[in-house]
Write a protein that binds this ligand. Structure first.
Ligand SMILES: NC(=O)c1ccc[n+]([C@@H]2O[C@H](COP(=O)([O-])OP(=O)(O)OC[C@H]3O[C@@H](n4cnc5c(N)ncnc54)[C@H](O)[C@@H]3O)[C@@H](O)[C@H]2O)c1
Length: 257
């Protein structure tokens, strides 16, 4: 076995939350290209099915779709059990489902706030906890990669998104906390923090606002989801066996300046 084989995900059974579109979909495809069998967890079951079907047809790996609302502990546990029933085991999770809200803090209601926290922070925790329980049961050194954001490090302008930023900072520190707590089991927990990435989420924003972003990004452009995939594969793979609690910022230098 050569060194580069450590980057292979061949035969690993990996769940991707929020995998029906955007970053989750593209990273799921890339991990399948690297040999992983993939379970797409999403609110949008039809879209998730389509992604799973495309993945198995294109990469010749096992792929399945599961309707799962990550804000529901019961949903997460049931979908994960269904996945393990279908795939035999669980090796890794790309814990990526998330939503954003642009609103002045003074206008953010309790319901608005709770909605963002529920998906971006509670949901990420439920998925990580349920995965870790299954890893521990099987004595498996599983890997979890959470999708945080550069918004966990900087405050984006001109849009106002305090709830989103707070949850993403929470994901970064939850990642470190879980990494330390679960180190005794050999479970690794890391996060990625993307900058502005072209997806369905960002495509729905005001073009004038995107123009303002472009002027602030040293690379002068937004990133694409495939530019994040290598980082996720690395953190998920046996090339990163001494790496846990890390936050990999991939943002075209946005947070550097
Ligand atoms: N696009 C960016 O610029 C950017 C930058 C940094 C971080 N992120 C983060 O990356 C992740 C993916 O973002 P994206 O741009 O691909 O978004 P997206 O809106 O294109 O895709 C998100 C997916 O998550 C699913 N989802 C939403 N709520 C869910 C729930 N409760 N349960 C299960 N699935 C749910 C949606 O159905 C959708 O398929 C998010 O966590 C986001 O915050 C995105």
């Amino acid at each position: 076995m050569g060194f580069m084989d450590r980057f292979s995900l061949k035969g690993k059974k990996i769940i991707v939350t929020g995998g029906a579109q955007g970053i989750g979909k593209v990273v799921a495809q890339a991990m399948a290209d690297d040999g992983a069998d993939i379970g797409i967890f999403d609110l949008k079951l039809e879209a998730a099915r389509q992604v799973a079907d495309e993945i198995s047809a294109t990469y010749g790996v096992q792929a399945g779709a599961y309707r799962c609302d990550v804000t529901s502990e019961a949903d997460v546990a049931a979908a994960m059990d269904a996945f393990v029933g279908d795939f035999g085991t669980l090796d890794g999770v790309f814990n990526n489902a998330g939503i954003c809200m642009h609103k002045d803090a003074l206008d953010v209601t309790g319901a608005d706030w709770n909605k963002i926290v529920d998906v971006n922070l509670n949901g990420v925790f439920y998925v990580a906890r349920e995965a870790a329980k299954r890893f521990i049961q099987e004595g498996k050194k599983g890997a979890i990669v959470n999708t945080a954001s550069m918004s966990g490090t900087i405050v984006n302008i001109p849009q106002k998104q305090c709830s989103y930023n707070a949850t993403k900072a929470g994901v970064v520190h939850m990642t470190k906390s879980l990494a330390v707590e679960w180190a005794q089991y050999g479970i690794r927990v890391n996060s990625i923090s993307p900058g502005y990435i072209w997806t369905e989420m960002t495509a729905s924003t005001d073009p004038a606002m995107r123009e303002a972003w472009m002027n602030m990004i040293p690379f002068g452009r937004m990133g694409t989801p495939d530019e994040l995939a290598g980082g996720v594969i690395y953190l998920m793979s046996d090339a990163a066996t001494y790496t846990s609690g890390a936050d990999l910022i991939m943002d075209g230098c946005f947070t550097v300046v």
